[in-house]
Design a protein around this ligand. Sequence first.
Ligand SMILES: [Fe+2]
Length: 204
Amino acid sequence: MIFVQMLIGKLMNFTYLIGDKDSGLAAVIDPADDADGILKEAEKYNLKIIYIINTHAHFDHIMANGDLASKTKAKIIMHEKSEAMKDLSVKDDDIIEIGKLKMRVIHTPGHTPESICLLIDKKLLTGDTLFVGSCGRTDLQGGDPKELYNSLSKLMKLDDDVEIYPGHDYGNKPCSTIGYEKGHNYALSFRTKEGFIRFMGGSL
Ligand SMILES: [Fe+2]
């Protein structure tokens, strides 16, 4: 598997290029801007981008969708709850195939209703649900601390050696693991759901 993490823009977004070496097919996750830079990276590995997948529809995660789609003819994929422009809808537990690679969709509402995480082998792309050292905010439209608590609990059931790759470079390192975050992430340190909800400013 070809796996490239790109830091793009002033909001420190991470865009990911994931390619299958054998078939030469690839997906771009959360193209934050700079479609030409992403295309150059794909050319470097001889990859044809067939999917653009967004972990959620906030503008900084979909900014280059249009430009990239028109230059590659790639299909745009989002969770079915997203109201943004897309070609294909996915739901929890769906599998997206990129050549021989299989990527599992995990629906993780809370930051937004349509937020998803994507699991490919032992790599989990967490969007704005889970960051290194923290979690996504829930005070924007559609945010819900109760849902985010449930979604984070769902992610913590994955194996400790699953690597996490977030949607922003907000932590002290660009990626981490489920096991490390369990011991070091404040958002995962609350003993009760109520404690987490209160901390996030939500009502019980
Ligand atoms: Fe976001």
